[in-house]
Design a protein around this ligand. Sequence first.
Ligand code: PLP
Length: 432
Amino acid sequence: MSTDLTTDPTTAPVVAARGAEPTLPAEVAGPAGRLTTSAAVLEGYADSLMQTFGTPKRVFVRGEGCYVWDAEGRRHLDLLAGIAVNALGHAHPTVLSAVTGQIATLGHVSNFFATPAQVALAQRLAAMVEPEGADDARVFFTNSGTEANEAAFKLTRMTGRTRIISTEGAFHGRSMGALAITHNPKYRAPFEPLPGEVEFVPYGDAEALAAVVDDTVAAVVLEPLQGENGIVVPPAGYLVRARELCDAAGALLWVDEVQTGMGRTGSWLAHVEEGVRADVVTLAKGLGNGFPVGACVARGRAASLLPAGSHGSTFGGNPVAAVAGLAVIAVIERDGLLAHAREMGEHLVAGVTALAHPLVAEVRGRGLLRGIVLTAPVAAAVADAALDAGFIINAPRPHVLRIAPPLVVTAEQLDSFVAALPALLDAAGAAA
Ligand SMILES: Cc1ncc(COP(=O)(O)O)c(C=O)c1O
């Protein structure tokens, strides 16, 4: 029997082009029905979308599990999962049936009304943020991580204090509020002045935090591991110390788990795993498996800081988005994906480390959020070569490759990438 390269997970991806893939549903395509090839979509993209993201590297039309296919039927192993989003992989049957079932029943009502889905998801998230069951966490739903942080930013203003301490290298989103706590000057400079008063201290440096956190500080905002800055892991005890400093100063500890949360690092929330309880937690990405859903979850006194009328969102808490979140949580629990993420993360580290490739300095991160740190700034070239070979990864920093696959990724799938990696590194190293 011949091997079907399009479905056999042990074969190298991309090689299998199986011809035209479905693109748009015929009954809604209208004049766009001609967008059946990658070239046609890219041409249309250039003419119809703002160029905020530059030129797309590929056009994808279908996904299943850890694979996505382009319009010409070329398969790619998705080791980025839409940047830490598709936790259950593509087209997961439980998400599919939850979302289609909900939209067939009740797709949307305004926030003048409540739905069971919204309340059920809020209860699940509250229990994650407050696992001891103190029952004092409250949720504000959004459609993205940026909006979750925007809600958190507004919440901090209700403390009566205005100073916020953020960290160098931090990324929290691109709206004016989220950008104000994001560090990268390239993102910030064109849009200044940004809402104040935000100060940045070196990430992972507890003494630098201690030097600035006093009783004028409204909040300290931290990622448990910095994602966009290249999967930077702080020293052990950093978050615990941040908690102590906030407690002593009466400041809120705001932990941004948009990238690290929902099982990505092998636990529901990375900071909770470290024994820390934040006052405000922001979530998105993996929460909806690709359906847009985010949340700002606050505990204790922070839970009641945004009174009626102080904030809002038309779509936030939408029942379809909420059941997507419930489906993600149910499958992660049912299939033991937290333990699987930890195991696969270790498997990847062992495989890449065993290569002993001169371009690899170290593999850092936790669970299935990993950074392969290179000894030369060639990460973008390696990521491009990987894409040509059928592996989706990215380069958040010039020296760092990010691997953030679906949590359902298998050891064989990771091994296929590890086997291809030396050639990808060699090519990029030689070109540098
Ligand atoms: C830690 C963190 N916070 C916030 C965001 C912004 O989330 P979104 O792109 O969903 O608005 C991101 C996105 O990469 C992120 O990594």
